[in-house]
Ligand binder design. Structure first.
Ligand code: CP
Length: 307
């Protein structure tokens, strides 16, 4: 599968060859989830300092599906010795002695890079503050590839909290590696996409722009990628200015092209307001399939890094 990743901290670490190899691995696990027990006898630690449904459950299921055992705590902030003031570095060095790899979610930007700097065992970034969520980007790209058949010549709209949303940041870093990428950013004025992402896209030759009119953008793109306003990362004042400004409901959903797709890293709140019938039956709604893809892509990633 090419050179093995020691740690996985940010999307920029992946090259095209590895991305497609991981997709092939994910396809193979989808067809036969019990085909490969190459983590038999290994232990994976789930060190989560922030709440999670998808990332944690899918990583746990992926590790167990590969034959590994898992260790962890429900809430590392509360039930690990972090609550007594232990540093992240000490926790990582100690926990690393009990396992073969650590899946780390943390509320501080840069926590995964700090952990990787001193860890003897592989660190997988499962989201670090407003920084990155690279395994989400991988499963998002896998979803786009499966739904549209290519990662080249894709028009995307990123909508919502583009300042705090780490999934958008990671996916921009990943999609920027492909050709013919065209991105429209739609966000409240106070939560616009960062300059670092704009600089990166410019350097990589991707087209991008900002547009405040969601209804104008919807019919123009292949992928509508909605995001939640991240109340936990901004002040109450900032939240009040931003929330409720952009949403997909039954009226504007009709503007999404017949071959377009609605994605969301989830959880979603008011920014998606669609009946369950439509969510289950309209193939344009891709976000439940997107979440399920996380299991297979994380199996492929764990097999690649720890197998
Ligand atoms: N997409 C995502 O990271 O979801 P969770 O917070 O539930 O893991």
């Amino acid at each position: 599968m090419g050179e093995r990743l020691k740690h996985f901290v940010e999307s920029q670490q992946l090259d095209e060859k590895l991305i497609y190899n991981l997709f092939r691995g994910a396809d193979s696990f989808r067809q036969n989830p019990r085909s490969n027990l190459n983590l038999d006898g290994k232990t994976v630690a789930m060190l989560f300092y922030e709440p999670s449904t998808r990332t944690r459950f899918s990583f746990e299921s992926a590790a167990m599906g590969l034959g590994a055992k898992i260790i962890g705590t429900e809430d590392a902030k509360k039930f690990s010795s972090t609550a007594k003031g232990e540093s992240l570095e000490d926790t990582i060095m100690v926990v690393g002695g009990y396992c073969d790899g650590i899946v780390l979610r943390h509320d501080q930007n840069g926590a995964a890079a700090r952990a990787a700097e001193i860890s003897d065992v592989p660190i997988i970034n499962a989201g670090d503050g407003k920084g990155q969520h690279p395994t989400q980007a991988l499963l998002d790209a896998y979803t786009i590839y499966r739904e549209l058949g290519s990662l080249n010549n894709i028009k995307l709209a990123f909508v919502g909290d583009l300042a705090s949303g780490r999934t958008v940041r990671s996916l921009c870093y990943l999609m920027g590696k492909f050709s013919g990428i065209d991105i429209t950013f739609v966000s409240p004025e106070n939560l616009r996409i960062g300059q670092d992402i704009q600089d990166y896209l410019r350097r990589n030759g991707a087209q991008f722009r900002e547009d405040a009119n969601l209804e104008r953008v919807l019919p123009q793109v292949d992928i509508v990628y909605m995001t939640r306003i991240q109340r936990e990362r901004i002040s109450a004042e900032e939240y009040d200015r931003a929330h409720g400004k952009y949403a997909i409901d039954e009226n504007n959903f009709r503007l999404i092209r017949r071959d377009g797709r609605l994605m969301h890293p989830l959880p979603h709140l008011e920014e998606i307001d669609l009946p369950v019938e439509l969510v289950k039956n309209d193939k344009r709604v891709a976000y439940i399939r997107q979440a399920h893809n996380g299991l297979f892509i994380r199996m492929a990633l764990l097999a690649h890094m720890l197998g």
